[in-house]
Design a protein around this ligand. Structure first.
Ligand code: ZN
Length: 133
């Protein structure tokens, strides 16, 4: 599904800026990116952009539930998926892949214990060399 980046910002009623649109355009086809990867990609089109601008833009997009992030291996990874799912950190490839898996059972178990998480981040660490990814 192709998501229109400008419409996405308008739907959340946040200002459409070139930086926000450019970041969403990089991320709209899925995948997981570190802030530095996004920064390096953006610099090709916006040479004057700073790393701190990239991170503050990513924070704004996450706060508005357009993106989500999680930390693994000392790095913060960003992705356009915002619903709870399982991320696998490929320790041999230093990248992250999504595993589509129903995690509602976990949310239900937490709820039974009186915990209502605002965010659930599940990261499995694995080698991914056997998988064709
Ligand atoms: Zn993911």
């Amino acid at each position: 599904m192709r998501i229109d980046s400008i419409q996405q910002l308008r739907d959340k009623r946040i200002k459409v800026t070139p930086q926000r649109v450019a970041i969403l355009n990089i991320m709209k086809n899925g995948g997981h990116f570190t802030g530095e990867q996004i920064y390096n990609e953006l610099k090709k089109k916006m040479p004057s952009i700073s790393l701190s601008t990239v991170y503050s833009t990513l924070d704004t997009l996450e706060r508005n539930e357009i993106l989500s992030s999680f930390e693994v291996s000392g790095m913060r990874w960003f992705e356009s998926r915002t619903e709870s799912h399982v991320n696998v950190f490929c320790v041999d490839k230093n990248r992250v892949i999504d595993i589509d898996m129903d995690v509602s059972w976990l949310l239900n178990e937490l709820k039974k214990k009186g915990i209502s998480p605002t965010k659930v981040s599940i990261v499995a660490h694995s080698t991914c060399d056997q998988r064709n990814i």
